[in-house]
Design a protein around this ligand. Sequence first.
Ligand code: SF4
Length: 239
Amino acid sequence: MQGYYHSIEHFGTVDGQGIRYVLFLSGCKLRCRFCHNPDTWQQGCQSITTEQILKDLLHYRHFYDASKGGITASGGEPLLQSQFVAELFLACQSHNIHTTIDTAGYYDQKNLTAVLPYTNAALFSIKAVDPQKHRWLAGFDNQQILENLNYVAQSIPVTLRYVIIPGLTNSLEDLQALAGLVHTLPALVPVELLPYHSLGRHKWKTLNMKYTLDDVPDATTQDVAIATNILKSEGITIV
Ligand code: SF4
């Protein structure tokens, strides 16, 4: 089966446990103002088969095995190509390769239903808990995303990813809402805080698109530390 992809990273260390083969699939329906990879929004013409990926991955598998790593399907939004990811992950699991989805949750729940049986873990990003703020930041409100988050957390281990954007997502109110959301989930879900940075801005300019967060400073170590302390005081586990 063929899937549309943007790029492949053979030695990823930040998208799941251990060293990982990270497949960046193309296509995303959200339009996050801070997106680092707006060049993944369209599916384009670059495609690859599950067989090609598996062959490439098996070539490097000793690195993944030695580090308890595996494969991560990222994006873009990998779940927009759920049949492709399901077929790929089924093949990976038949070779005892650990599988992770890196998703933002904006798609029909049936996409998850197709993939979850072959998925060991999820990195799930939430841009904002407040629906209006989410709409402003990501182009759409978050109702479907929150339902999908709940659904994933019922079946596999989830790490919730949240970007600290100074002045936009790091107020006490924002972080208390995030903690409140985590407490409603059906499993213990740790939070990973990612500092906002503007390194992807040049891609927007290359694509002739207006980057609207020019006035927003990068998040500092202190911004992340403050947010960490607030979330910890709300009983949230930070990874
Ligand atoms: S979900 Fe990810 S890929 Fe899609 S627009 Fe947002 S940051 Fe970009």
